[in-house]
Design a protein around this ligand. Structure first.
Ligand SMILES: Nc1ncnc2c1ncn2[C@@H]1O[C@H](COP(=O)(O)OP(=O)(O)OP(=O)(O)O)[C@@H](O)[C@H]1O
Length: 246
């Protein structure tokens, strides 16, 4: 089942064009990675998928419906790059607030909160104000918020930035479990190549264009290379890609 279809999307802000004919899809039960250096356009693509901004041309469909569509937002767990948390509330108060926005009874709410808190290992700081959290703790709480409503589609913009390697590993294990056991679809942006290896499908983005797509293995085979960094360089044109990734 096709969960997401980004169809020839271009985007300009004023005279500056940011995206050119971006095209990719996500099927149910896939982790799709948007891979590219800083400034290549990943967050802009995510915002267009969420309906927070409109494409200049092309269109986006989520669950076979045109974006933007407010009803769709209930189906998407979204983790933005900058944390959208209430600084003056504690961690647990933030979670209760976001949980209350979805139709869950008290018991379900408690179960979901317990699940996400355990996942991101925030038990010890739940009663502290978010303003006192480190950057990594805020990221973890944002991921917990994205997961709280148990959505079929997760959109995670750089979910593991600032998170230590051990927890990063357990978050990826959980994303993989959500995909395998609960058939969730996950769109994730990263510039970490070992995270890219864990995706089912990659769309490599450079300067607002999708330079290549496919599974990590297929991409390595197609470009006759042994790692994804080399795929990126080969697909983007070596000299040019060196400039934009350095
Ligand atoms: N509202 C806006 N108005 C003008 N330019 C914008 C706007 N939003 C983004 N851009 C530009 O679009 C380009 C792509 O930015 P974007 O945030 O999508 O990249 P990114 O790949 O997510 O980078 P990063 O990993 O650093 O977040 C950048 O050059 C940025 O300056």
């Amino acid at each position: 089942m096709n969960i997401l279809h980004v169809n020839d999307v271009s985007k300009s802000y004023g005279k500056q064009q940011i995206l050119w004919n971006v095209h990719f899809s996500a099927q149910q039960g896939q982790i799709v990675g948007l891979i590219g250096p800083s400034g290549s356009g990943k967050t802009t693509i995510i915002k267009l998928i969420m309906g927070m901004d409109l494409p200049s041309s092309g269109n986006v469909e989520v669950l076979n419906q045109q974006v933007p569509n407010l009803i769709l937002l209930k189906q998407i767990g979204y983790m933005a790059q900058s944390d959208a948390l209430y600084q003056d509330l504690t961690g647990i108060e933030n979670l209760r607030f976001f949980a209350s926005m979805f139709l869950m009874n008290k018991k379900e709410q408690q179960q979901r909160i317990a699940y996400v808190v355990n996942l991101v290992q925030l038990e010890n700081v739940l009663n502290k104000r978010v303003a006192t959290y480190s950057g990594g703790m805020k990221r973890r709480l944002s991921l917990a918020v994205a997961l709280i409503q148990n959505p079929p589609l997760l959109i995670l913009d750089e979910p593991t930035v600032g998170i230590d390697p051990e927890l990063r590993k357990s978050i990826w294990q959980e994303l993989t479990r959500l995909k395998n056991e609960e058939n969730k679809t996950i769109i994730v942006t990263t510039h970490v190549m070992d995270e890219a290896e864990k995706c089912d499908v990659l769309a490599m983005i450079r300067e607002g264009r999708v330079i290549t797509t496919g599974s990590p293995q297929k991409l390595k085979d197609d470009y006759h290379v042994t790692n994804l960094e080399e795929v990126f360089l080969e697909a983007g044109g070596v000299a040019h890609a060196h400039q934009s990734t350095s």
